[in-house]
Write a protein that binds this ligand. Structure first.
Ligand SMILES: Cc1cc2nc3c(=O)[nH]c(=O)nc-3n(C[C@H](O)[C@H](O)[C@H](O)COP(=O)(O)OP(=O)(O)OC[C@H]3O[C@@H](n4cnc5c(N)ncnc54)[C@H](O)[C@@H]3O)c2cc1C
Ligand code: SF4
Length: 842
């Protein structure tokens, strides 16, 4: 990324350095390259791109970025590059001069010039002040020690990351104290915890986020954060920050000492008005502005957190977007006028759903409607006055937040739905499960869809009607869903409602829980070094708290494949057959298939199977298509005992139920058959011994035939070997299922060992690159057999690396799951479910 830094621009009194001599347009100078300053310019360009010559001064050394996404950057969920709103190209394309790392230090309103720290003086026709806020620093001793910071910009994030990396002087994990249990403090604490710091939050009030949440919701939030390992001290009054040359800890007024290598002050913000005050503009709590954001000087405008409008100052983005629209209207002689904003808040801490809007303090004439569902951890409170919603607090289930906020903003009369209001939109709209599409269709045009970028439903619809026919196109045009992604589902529904069948699906997503496709998720798991399902869901902004039956098994597999020996398999994310290590049948009993290597067996195994059949009353034994014996009709609670008996006879689980290597089918080959050229049975046994136990994207079958007569049907298997006079033909991608597919010939090799090596490499390539539930046949059709040949046959080094990774992974996965179950692990899975009988009449 390239942008101008202070060194790139000249200093001194060279006025209007960048102005082409023939540019006679009015010059708009913007002080502050933050969210409001840049958005105001964007709005202006959208109305009349040619009208003003624009110069923007920024104090920070960056192009315009999304400040609210600093929390995800701190938490490691996004990079700085991900949160850039406008890159240098945008400034260049729009002819905007951007001067960064050079704050404006003085405004001369008589001469109509601004002066920067580096000594530049630039004249303006209109000046826009968008200096944002200054973090409030509590005036305690030690506040200036190195290691005491606020949470405002990218530099603060870098300081926090460095502190987390450095750890504590004793080599232990670093300790952070966050002063302030509001929105910002909690997000900082969350990020620092994820970065490995031991975090204590000090909050002076009795409950967290007391300005947004009522006591009950604040308590639930505190409990949830403590469960995540954070220490939270409420009613905690800081007396001093101590340390020799750098911060070492915090002392509270009650004498408590808390060691710290980093102290983050997140106790509030104040509009940044020093520059405007010096220039003699009218200042209240912020720079006073009218409905078009004009200050007491008609040539000077102000927008964003630094302003005061009708006595109000704001600390969230949604009002800024409204202000910017009115400002741009005013600058282009349209007269809409800003009327103030009602705000809502969401906490960006993954897995904690918190929403609050309006006034919930209650009082004269207010009615509180409260719902508590302790077992689900859900708390909802809606405050109604004169049959209108005036406030809402939601914890644990915030799905209806947008709806309450819409009712609140529109001041709709809710008398008719009063009794159902607390149960949410679906109930209030007539009971039962509401079609989610109908719910979105019912939202008004000015309902906010994307809080991060201030985009309303009407704006999303307008951008779709102008041709944005896919999620990506909407993201690229009106920015809805382009930041934290929590509104992606809503945007997709609006797309579907507006376009009907014409929605262009982007890359297919894994499931409704995410906007990422399988390949993206796999790539990100490796790139970001994710190690658990909750981490993936959190970092990739899963739309559901725990995922669904589609994504959980897939994530479990992807992590298992990416982190052999490290990732602990999540049993709960497996389908029932894999959880039970047996196949569930239509009557609810299970069938069990012991492994018979290469399809061979012996009297001891046959006796053990016969004994199990008799002992557990199994009604049927069947020889499977893969040459194994399948024992049917085993009750769930008998499974551990059946496995124990089979284990005792030396038999292991056949994985006949898993997305894994099933069987290696063989023919009798040269040992017995008159036509056999090679020992297909022996090679089959070796192949099965090498590949058993490996989890795959889908079931995987292998066969070895002793001659081209192919009695083991190797050419409809995922990996097939056909022995020929001069060696071994290797076949891949066959399928005998609904869509029969004959294999592609991969190559011919001369030795048994090569056949085994190629098999391992091919299996690993499939394991690493196919999508979950994609068998080899569709995978090969998707990527092309030439690609597979290039990776396995033509790339000796790559093949060897794949083989090595496969064998490494096998060194962890060849444990017999029956053995541990038979020993009593996960016993609860096999318990008989209690029968429910009608209660006896008393
Ligand atoms: C970590 C974090 C998380 C947040 N999360 C949310 C959220 O989830 N939802 C929400 O609605 N809001 C959130 N906010 C608040 C939101 O970011 C602000 O409301 C918004 O950024 C304000 O925009 P602004 O342009 O007024 O100020 P800013 O974005 O702060 O921009 C002001 C810019 O002006 C520059 N500047 C200041 N003085 C000068 C000068 N003299 N010369 C040149 N440049 C100057 C500053 O360096 C800064 O870059 C969050 C804020 C932070 C810090
Ligand atoms: S494939 Fe060839 S070797 Fe194997 S059983 Fe059939 S005929 Fe015999």
């Amino acid at each position: 990324m390239e942008f101008q830094t202070r060194d790139d621009v000249s200093t001194g009194n060279e006025e209007d350095l960048f102005v082409p001599s023939d540019d006679v347009r009015e010059h708009l100078v913007v002080v502050g390259n933050g969210m409001a300053g840049c958005r105001a310019v964007e709005e202006l360009l959208a109305r009349d791109g040619a009208r003003y010559r624009v110069t923007i001064f920024g104090a920070e050394p960056h192009v315009n970025y999304n400040r609210i996404m600093l929390s995800p950057v701190l938490a490691g969920e996004k990079t700085f590059e991900d949160i850039i709103i406008n890159n240098q190209q945008w400034y260049d394309d729009n002819g905007i001069e951007l001067i960064v790392a050079d704050p404006i230090t003085a405004i001369d309103r008589t001469a109509k010039t601004v002066r920067s720290e580096s000594g530049r003086t630039v004249s303006y026709d209109r000046l826009l002040i968008a200096t944002g806020s200054d973090p409030f620093i509590i005036p305690v001793p030690g506040k200036d020690l190195p290691g005491v910071i606020s949470f405002r910009d990218m530099r603060d994030v870098d300081t926090m990351l460095a502190a987390a990396d450095a750890g504590a002087p004793d080599g232990e994990q670093g300790r952070a104290v966050v002063i302030g249990g509001g929105l910002l403090g909690l997000e900082a604490a969350h990020g620092l915890t994820l970065r490995g710091m031991k975090v204590t939050i000090l909050h002076i009030m009795p409950t967290l986020m007391e300005r947004q949440l009522d006591e009950a919701a604040g308590w639930l939030l505190k409990t949830a954060l403590e469960d995540r390992g954070q220490t939270i001290l409420t009613g905690a009054d800081t007396a001093e920050i101590f340390g020799q040359g750098k911060v070492e800890g915090v002392r509270l007024k009650d004498g408590t000492l808390i060691p710290a290598t980093l102290v983050v002050m997140a106790v509030g913000i104040r509009p940044s008005v020093a520059l405007a005050r010096e220039a003699g503009l009218d200042i209240g709590r912020g720079i006073k502005v009218d409905d078009h954001m004009v200050t007491s000087d008609p040539a000077v405008l102000a927008v964003g957190e630094c302003v005061e409008h009708e006595g109000n100052v704001y600390g969230l983005v949604a009002p800024l977007w409204d202000m910017c629209r009115s400002l741009a209207d005013g600058l282009t002689d349209q007269h809409s006028g800003y009327k103030g904003s009602v705000t809502s808040t969401k906490l960006k801490v993954a897995g904690l759903d918190v929403f609050s809007a309006g006034d919930f303090s209650g009082g004269e004439g207010c009615e509180d409607i409260v719902l508590r569902d302790a077992s689900r951890g859900v708390y909802k409170r809606v405050v109604v006055k004169d049959d209108r919603v005036i406030g809402a607090v939601l914890y644990g289930d915030t799905a209806d937040g947008g709806w309450y906020f819409d009712l609140l903003k529109r001041q709709e009369n809710v008398a008719d739905i009063r009794d159902f209001l607390i149960f949410g939109q679906s109930f209030a709209s007539g009971g039962g499960a509401l079609d989610p599409k109908a719910a979105v269709a019912a939202l008004s045009d000015d309902a906010e869809i994307c809080g991060c970028n201030g985009v309303s439903k009407g704006q999303v619809v307008a951008c779709i009607e102008k041709g944005a026919c896919s999620l990506d196109a909407v993201r690229g045009t009106c920015k809805a869903s382009a930041s934290c992604g929590s509104c992606t589902g809503l945007v997709e529904t609006i797309l579907a409602l507006t376009l009907g069948e014409d929605v262009q699906s982007g890359p297919k997503t894994m499931c409704k829980c995410t906007s990422f496709g399988h390949d993206d998720v796999r790539r990100e798991i490796v790139a970001q070094g994710m190690t658990s399902i909750p981490e993936v869901m959190q970092k990739l902004h899963w739309a559901t708290p725990d995922g669904c039956s589609s994504c959980r098994p897939a994530l479990n597999y992807y992590l298992l494949c990416a982190l052999p020996g490290e990732y602990v398999d999540d049993q709960q994310s497996r389908f029932v057959n894999e959880r039970m290590h047996a196949n569930i049948q239509k009557d609810g009993t299970y069938s069990v298939v012991p492994r018979m290597w290469g399809g061979l067996t012996n009297p001891r195994e046959l006796r053990a199977i016969a004994d199990v059949v008799e002992k557990y009353d199994a009604p049927m034994v069947k020889v499977t298509g893969g040459q194994r014996l399948d024992i049917f009709g085993i009750k769930k609670e008998d499974l551990p005992a059946v496995w124990a008996d089979l284990n005792a006879a030396g038999m292991v689980s056949g994985h006949a139920y898993g997305k894994s290597l099933r069987t290696v089918k063989t023919c009798v080959g040269s040992e017995w058959c008159r036509f056999g050229t090679q020992d297909s049975t022996g090679l089959g046994v070796k192949t099965e011994r090498m590949t058993w136990g490996s989890w795959m994207p889908h079931k995987f079958k292998i066969a070895v035939s002793g001659c081209p007569r192919n009695c083991a049907e190797a050419t409809i298997k995922d990996f097939g070997v056909v022995c020929v006079d001069s060696g071994y033909e290797l076949h891949v991608g066959g399928n005998g299922g609904i869509h029969v597919r004959v294999t592609d010939l991969l190559c011919k090799v001369a030795t048994e060992q090569e056949a085994l090596d190629y098999c391992a490499a091919f299996t690993q390539l499939y394991r690493e690159e196919a999508r979950y539930l994609e068998r080899t046949a569709p995978w090969i059709e998707r990527v092309g057999v030439d690609y597979v040949k290039a990776r396995i046959v033509e790339d000796d080094v790559g093949r060897e690396a794949l083989r090595a990774r496969f064998l490494y992974s096998q060194s962890f996965s060849q444990d017999d799951p029956w053995a541990e179950r038979a020993a009593g692990e996960h016993a609860e899975l096999h318990q008989h479910i209690a029968e429910v009988r009608p209660m006896e009449t008393v």
